[in-house]
Write a protein that binds this ligand. Structure first.
Ligand code: 8YV
Length: 317
């Protein structure tokens, strides 16, 4: 179908929840790249008619993919992170990019706190102990308190601020590292990450991904956090030097970790499976029904605004 009344063709790089797929399919010609075996041929066949990409935070859109689509107008990301979208390339082509900020902040912050509590209080380990029937033998391991502790938040954007607000309710003493001090933040700014790590009992990483934050949590930061310290990461796997983290967990030079993100997801380093001092999640911080519905709606609202010639709701600069 062609002409001005044609439904725009939208290339989907990865699946969304079924309700979003149905809603999108009612408005657009959905081209599900993730469903086809020969992706290369599929793109070649459809190249001219694709006007939008609907992607996810973890999948993004490469310059190579966008480069094959001469009529691409917009990339809509189901997620807040745009580190997997080649933004400089999109800019040179005038391709618009949108994401889903705000609607997922609370859930990601909730999981950050959940991972901290789970790692410190050893919730999964004790769950296993109860199920294994070894409770009657006693000798329960004593765990680490969270309330009132010194917490360092690495990255004080929307999600970092939401984590801080929650842990403030636990009477934690909160400091943060960021590019610059946040106006009006009630929390203590620490411009040096190593100093923050040294002064913190728990470090919670909420940075954006991308080159500028790559491996920011490195051997030195982990050493500064120390053997009683716990690291939580709900940002991107890339922000942590993962071999250094695995080594620190194996050698117990930090106490534990709560991790939602990894290098090479979903095929993560199997060394994690053997670490009983790490609580692992499948990059699912925004994975609640409520938030995923709001994210899907925002993706659709951005696409609708674009195709109606209206201002985008959440454009990425
Ligand atoms: C989602 C995310 O994992 O918002 C992000 O940047 O990484 C997540 O909320 C993802 O985009 C959904 O698959």
């Amino acid at each position: 179908m062609s002409g001005s009344n044609a439904r725009p063709a939208v290339l989907m790089t990865g699946a969304y929840p079924q309700w979003d797929m149905d809603a999108l399919a009612s408005q657009y010609d959905l081209l599900c790249l993730f469903d086809v075996a020969n992706k290369d041929a599929f793109i070649t066949e459809n190249t001219a008619r694709i006007r939008a990409i609907a992607t996810r935070g973890d999948l993004g859109a490469s310059a190579e993919l966008m480069g094959r689509l001469p009529n691409l107008e917009i990339v809509s990301v189901f997620g807040v992170g745009t580190d997997s979208v080649d933004l400089p390339y999109a800019r040179t082509r005038g391709i618009k990019v949108t994401n889903t900020p705000d609607v997922l902040t609370d859930d990601v912050a909730d999981l950050g706190v959940a991972l901290l509590l789970a790692a410190a209080r050893q919730v999964p380990q004790n769950d296993r102990l109860v199920r294994a029937g070894t409770w009657p033998q006693g000798g329960l391991p004593l765990v680490t308190r969270v309330s009132g502790k010194k917490v360092g938040i690495v990255g004080m954007g929307r999600i970092g601020a939401a984590v801080a607000k929650r842990l403030n309710g636990f009477d934690c003493k909160i400091s943060y590292f960021a590019r610059s001090e946040k106006d009006g933040s009630p929390f203590r700014f620490e411009p040096d990450l190593l100093t923050l790590a040294r002064a913190s009992e728990f470090l919670i990483v909420t940075l954006s991904g991308g080159e500028s934050t790559k491996d920011m949590i490195n051997t030195d930061v982990l050493a500064a956090l120390g053997q009683d310290g716990i690291l939580v990461n709900v940002s991107r796997g890339t922000t942590v030097d993962e071999p250094a983290l695995i080594e620190a967990l194996q050698n117990r030079t930090i106490k534990g970790a709560g991790l939602d993100v990894f290098w090479n997801e979903p095929n993560i380093n199997p060394a994690f499976f053997a670490l009983d001092n790490a609580v692992l999640q499948p990059h699912h911080a925004s994975g609640t029904v409520e938030t995923r519905k709001a994210m899907g709606q925002l993706v659709r609202d951005n696409l609708s605004a674009h195709f109606a010639g209206k201002p985008l709701l959440t454009p990425v600069a």
